[in-house]
Write a protein of this length. Structure first.
Length: 253
């Protein structure tokens, strides 16, 4: 098998499974682990994957984005820990924006129900989850619904958020980079996220370690826009410190 074909298959495997293990790929293709590492290095150079120790994750780009259904099966334990830690940062917030995506959705399920709370979101699933609480008022941004994420985008959603001053926003991202900031593949999604960041007094970023160092097509915020970043312990302490130098507190859980 030629290197180009092997790299194509590695990328397909990463996108289908959410990650690719060096040892498993070497056994499947019948090549040395070093060969797989070279292939992954080339894919990383082209911005298609993000390498970590012994594995690699797909980078979402303008031409590729994982669905919400896929995200529900990847790094679930880490995302649950992140959500639990993030909701502890609520403080006295009375109005909260919850971003689209699986990790923010997990945050939404843990929001307090023992006091009045107004939740704004572009996610249909999140709106449905939090609306069951009698003490929670849900404001769902209107607009075009994206099938893969079940979230609204467009000028209606953006303009609605522009009319509010929100106490706290729980935000997600497809890529988190010190150089390129927070990114997402779709310009329409970036537009809504950008406005949510602008409209919020405090901002908390939630994301698993594999998103760090990756960048997608559309930038919607800078790392310095955030008060706190909550991630898992897969992000090394030295790397977390580098992000903290840009302004936010970085929590590894």
């Amino acid at each position: 098998m030629r290197a180009e074909e092997r790299q194509r298959r590695l990328l397909v495997l990463a996108r289908q499974s959410g990650r690719v293990e060096v040892a498993e790929a070497a056994a499947e293709f019948g090549v040395a682990r070093e060969t797989v590492r070279r292939d992954l290095s080339e894919l990383e150079r082209r911005g298609l994957i993000r390498r970590t120790h012994g594995a690699a994750y797909p980078v979402e780009s303008a031409g590729f984005e994982t669905t919400l259904a896929r995200r529900e099966t990847q790094q679930v334990a880490e995302k649950q820990r992140i959500a639990a830690a993030a909701v502890q940062l609520m403080g006295e917030a009375e109005t909260v924006f919850v971003d689209e995506g699986y990790t923010p959705e997990l945050v939404a399920t843990l929001l307090p129900t023992d006091r009045p709370l107004t939740v704004l979101t572009a996610s249909l699933r999140t709106a449905s989850l939090v609306s069951a609480s009698e003490s929670t008022t849900v404001l769902l941004a209107g607009g075009r619904v994206r099938a893969g994420t079940q979230a609204t985008v467009g000028s209606w959603a953006r303009d609605m958020l522009a009319g509010f001053v929100i106490d706290l926003a729980f935000m997600g991202a497809n890529g988190i980079s010190r150089e390129h900031g927070l990114t997402t593949p779709d310009p329409a999604v970036a537009d809504v996220k950008r406005q949510a960041v602008r409209s919020s007094r405090r901002r908390v970023l939630v994301g698993v370690h594999s998103k760090f160092g990756a960048s997608s097509f559309c930038r919607f915020a800078e790392v310095s826009d955030f008060d706190t970043i909550v991630t898992d312990s897969g992000l090394s302490a030295p790397e977390a410190h580098r992000y903290s130098l840009l302004g936010p507190q970085v929590l590894r859980v």
